[in-house]
Write a protein of this length. Sequence first.
Length: 143
Amino acid sequence: MAKSLDDYKSEKRSLENQIASRRSQNARISGEISRLEAAYDKLGKIKRSNPDNAEKVRDNTKLSKVAGNVKWRGKYKDQFDNAMKDRATPAAKDFFNSIDAMQDEIGRALDRKRGEYNTGSAILNGLNRAWNNVAGIIRNWVN
């Protein structure tokens, strides 16, 4: 059974509704991405505005990640321990480690939202192509 002109018009209206819905979802996701980027930048500014403690904590974090099971000895180990003990308080270490953890979590959420936005854009492109196809069929039907 062939489709009638009313069927194509109904399909076109349905596609228009889906396109409008997807555009609003993409706009919402874009707003969420902007807010996540702003939060990520704010956390970065907090870390950058405390350079002494940030550098000490960053060095400590890198050392533990790079050489977790290595027994550090000698002059450099002593210098590192003294710098961490004297200049970076436990509260500062916790503070910066917490900020790093929050920034990492925001970064992961940001990646997920960017992927969701890209998927939504691909869906929107497909819907637009389908709408153009149906609109062309209707134009050919009417002419």
